[in-house]
Design a binder for this molecule. Structure first.
Ligand code: NAP
Ligand code: G4F
Length: 334
């Protein structure tokens, strides 16, 4: 039985990846950092099948210790300060965790589990002020936030360890991926949760920033399959994972509100506090390399993703016994 080691288990991707690897028959070891209020809700349904350990990307010794103890076959480094907006307020912390944290993980693997295959969670945010559209593995980077800058560092650290030490290290350049488990601070989940709150009379409006920003949004459950496939290939490499379609925040709102029979224009207001000092206006990925080399294809399309997220936030409220006060519930939920 192969052992996979995951950092970032409490996050969105960690929970989907752990599920996927357990389904494939892996022993899954997952690392959590110490917290005064630990939250295991995203993976509570599989927690008893996971071996948990403690460690922090800020603490080199903790990473060495867990690599030494578990000697995993595969390491998935998903942990990061991953919220772009927050990275403008905490640029040093973001650089420490999201950037230098990658080198700490690579060092721990190199010194304590040198045969492990390594996956780094890189990001389409690295393309930033895009040089070309669509973006591929060969598109130059121009990050637009401390988060994007830190991810560029992590990407090149991964490439450098592959070239310097012959490590099986892959960088997955993943475009935005969402799900009902997405953090409430990210725009897609903020929208789906507010739509449900508006239907149930808890809120009357949704305040957003830049409605014209465009993203290539996919489903997290599809994207974790790509991470695993990268580490099964004969040779380590870097891959874009994306849907090849792009939509605006406004289009996301339109479909989300339509799902409950409402018009987004009646509820969405623009609040400048949600604008960023520098914005990534357009992302659109070309995942041809992952499709041709790994056989990876996404299964959930944009409309399906929006509806999945809105329905999940509606259901969560229905379970609590509340009734809708506005709009209409989608067929199947009513
Ligand atoms: P997420 O939900 O924000 O999860 C981030 C995880 O990192 C959490 O488990 C968090 O733990 C952990 N973490 C933060 N600081 C840590 C530290 N110092 N030591 C150990 N763990 C720490 O992110 P996600 O959406 O699942 O994304 C997973 C990874 O993919 C991230 O690296 C992200 O930057 C990258 N990525 C995401 C997307 C996307 O669209 N989702 C796209 C491209 C790349 P706590 O619960 O303790 O905070
Ligand atoms: O949902 P977002 O915060 O995601 P963003 O900045 O694209 O970053 C996410 O995807 C990256 C991959 O490209 C990951 F690496 C990263 O970790 C994270 O998962 O914002 C999406 C867009 C932005 O253009 C933002 O300005 O939505 C715009 N937006 C408009 N109003 C808003 C809001 N974003 C948020 N979070 N909140 C708003 O009210």
């Amino acid at each position: 039985m192969k052992t996979a080691f995951i950092t970032g288990i409490t996050g969105q991707d960690g929970s989907y990846l752990a599920e996927h690897l357990l389904d494939l028959g892996y022993k899954v070891v997952a690392m959590m950092r110490r917290s005064a209020t630990p939250d295991t809700s995203r993976f509570a349904h599989i927690e008893d099948r996971i071996t948990m350990c403690h460690g922090d990307l800020m603490d080199q010794s903790s990473l060495m210790r867990v690599m030494d103890e578990f000697k995993p076959d595969e390491v998935y480094n998903l942990a990061a300060q991953s919220f772009v907006h927050a990275s403008f307020h905490e640029p040093i912390h973001t650089g420490e965790v999201t950037g230098l944290g990658v080198t700490r993980m690579l060092e721990a693997v190199r010194l304590s589990a040198p045969n492990a295959r390594f996956y780094q969670a890189s990001s389409s945010e690295m393309f930033g002020d895009v040089f070309e559209t669509p973006q591929t593995e060969r598109t130059p980077f121009h990050p637009r936030s401390p988060y994007g800058v830190a991810k560029v560092y992590g990407h090149w650290a991964t490439v450098n360890y592959r070239e310097s030490y012959d490590m099986f290290a892959c960088s997955g350049i993943l475009f935005n991926h969402e799900s009902p488990r997405r953090g409430l601070e990210f725009v897609t989940r903020k929208i789906s949760d507010h739509v449900a709150a508006i239907v149930f009379g808890e809120k009357d409006q949704l305040a957003l920033g830049n409605l014209d920003a465009r993203r290539d949004w996919g489903f997290a459950g599809d994207y974790v399959r790509g991470m695993h496939l990268m580490l099964q290939h004969d040779t380590p490499d870097d891959y874009v994972i994306s849907t090849g379609t792009t939509q605006s925040v406004r289009e996301f709102c339109k479909i989300a509100f339509e799902r409950v029979g409402l018009n987004y224009e009646d509820f969405v207001v623009v609040d400048p506090k949600f604008f960023r000092p520098a914005e990534v206006e357009l992302l659109l990925g070309d995942a041809s390399k992952a499709k041709d080399t790994l056989g990876w294809v996404p299964e959930v399309d944009f409309q399906g993703l929006v509806e999945m997220m809105v329905d999940a936030d509606l259901k969560r409220r229905m379970v609590m016994g509340n009734g809708p006060t506005r709009g209409s519930l989608p067929e199947g939920l009513a």
